[in-house]
Design a binder for this molecule. Structure first.
Ligand code: 6PG
Length: 472
């Protein structure tokens, strides 16, 4: 018997993906660099379906039906190139190599081009949902050729999460499009978590609420428009008590947020594309700031406001509104970045389809993604903020949002996510921006020229001479 598909790299994500495939009736070839993991998988979960274990990569490849479909589930980086090279050596034109790790999309573009030269399909795919998702239904974001999607799509849709019967897996676009979209997904994940963290901090400091009380507030929020996986697990984490000390779990964890890089990549790409993803950037920088204990220790004695704990219970609803509004801004920015990249790289990514496959399975799954899907459904939307549903939501939220930022500033609680999202909202809706003055300054010191509101063309003022204006 030959396998329908193979998985190499059997750490927890790879193992769970292989089990998911087997549970759906596919015969799955399994391979790991050290054979112990392969053996363990078959011994422990062999009853869940058909696994074809292989100790050597050549036997793994030989056990696959043609055209071969092999999924690589190894840690992103140089290791991925090594496995791809070995697989490619053993494969034949028409075969497919799928990279399910969090690879940098430019690496995926390079790898796809190299394998295409050899007649092989390379599919860089985002897979979101953590261990649990990989096993029970992730959100899957594959790039690569349309031909590879034809051969892989039905399997990927089969094992993905479903929302209203619709699979959370679709062909994102050519070459690196899938990994790009997964990268932005992770960037939004960073922004979402930062906003949740600010909400927690502000309510804890402003109201003096305990983590257990805050867990209840988040649980309550999860029944409304904020309903999402991240809000749900926030309630779980806040309710957790440390078994050893009896203290709230959140108080025994070192307050330095780590990262593996996808958020940083999102911001780096956004800088190149010229897309202001301020929510994601603030989240990445907030993690970076938390990770400088020496600076934080040195700054601890600096003067703060004299007011503290001024807030009343109405702060809870205000923070909920600020969280929702800031979240809308962060998603709007992420969707702008996908649109810009799609244009830059010729991917033709459908934003509505991305919102659709993010509704379930992934870390940022949320009720309001269905609203985003509807907003982009057939509409050319210059910004999500202009969609009537979201414009209304922002109109309802904005007074609360302003009060929250004001309160945060007055009691000295840092809320870079809320504040920058509000600044973005206010800047975008402005009739005139002070960018006009920036243009004037650029022309003054560097003759960089400017455009006029009332005439075509570029102009320069002779600032060091008679200050007369000349066409540039
Ligand atoms: C997912 C997650 C997953 C990973 C994050 C963690 O979609 O399932 O995003 O990919 O857990 O990338 O990222 P950091 O370690 O950088 O926070």
């Amino acid at each position: 018997e030959l396998a329908d598909i193979g998985v190499t790299g059997l750490a927890v994500m790879g193992r769970n993906l292989a089990r998911n495939l087997a549970r759906h009736g596919y015969a799955v070839a399994v391979h790991n660099r050290s054979a112990g993991r392969t053996k363990e998988l078959v011994e422990t979960f062999g009853g869940e379906g058909t696994f074809l274990p292989a100790e050597e990569l050549k036997d793994f490849v030989a056990s696959l039906k043609r055209p071969r479909r092999a999924i690589i589930m190894v840690k992103a980086g140089a290791g991925t190139d090594a496995v791809i090279d070995q697989l490619a050596e053993l494969m034949e034109p028409g075969d497919m190599i799928v990279d399910g790790g969090n690879a940098l999309f430019t690496d995926t573009r390079r790898r796809e081009a190299a394998l295409r030269e050899r007649g092989l399909h390379f599919v860089g795919t985002g897979i979101s949902g953590g261990e649990e998702g990989a096993l029970n239904g992730p959100s899957i974001m594959p790039g690569g050729s349309a031909e590879s999607w034809e051969a892989l799509g039905p399997i990927l849709q089969d094992i993905s999460a479903k929302v209203d019967g619709v699979p959370c897996a679709t062909h994102v676009g050519p070459d690196g499009a899938g990994h790009f979209v997964k990268m932005v997904h992770n960037g939004i994940e960073y922004a979402d978590m930062q906003l949740i963290a600010e909400s927690y901090d502000l309510l804890r400091q402003g109201l003096g609420a305990t983590p257990a009380e805050l867990a209840e507030i988040f649980r309550e929020w999860n029944t409304g428009e904020l309903e999402s996986y991240l809000i749900e697990i926030t309630a779980e984490v806040l309710a957790q008590v440390d078994a050893e000390t009896g203290a709230p779990f959140v108080d025994v964890v070192v307050d330095q947020a780590e990262q593996k890089g996808t958020g940083r990549w999102t911001v780096q790409s956004a800088l190149d594309l010229g897309v202001p993803v301020t929510g994601i950037a603030e989240a990445v920088f907030a993690r970076a700031l938390s990770g400088h204990p020496e600076q934080r220790a040195a700054a601890r004695g600096l003067e703060g406001p004299s007011v503290s704990g001024v807030a009343g219970r109405e702060l809870i609803e205000d923070v909920r509104q600020a969280l929702y509004a800031s979240k809308i801004v962060a998603y709007a920015q992420g969707f702008d970045q996908m649109a810009a990249a799609s244009k830059e790289y010729g991917w033709d990514v459908d934003p509505g389809a991305m919102a659709t496959i993010w509704r379930g399975g992934c870390i940022i799954r949320a009720r309001f993604l269905d609203r985003i899907r509807q907003a982009y459904d057939g509409a050319e939307l210059p910004t999500l903020l202009a969609d009537p549903y979201f414009a209304d939501a922002l109109a309802v939220a904005q007074e609360s949002w302003r009060r929250v930022v004001t309160t945060a500033v007055s009691i000295g609680v840092p809320t870079p996510g809320f504040s920058s999202a509000l600044a973005y909202y206010d800047a975008l809706r402005r009739d005139r921006l002070p960018a006009a003055l920036v243009q004037g300054l650029r022309d003054f010191f560097g003759a960089h020229t400017y455009h006029r509101v009332d005439r075509e063309g570029a102009f320069h003022t002779d600032w060091s001479g008679d200050r007369a204006e000349h066409p540039a």
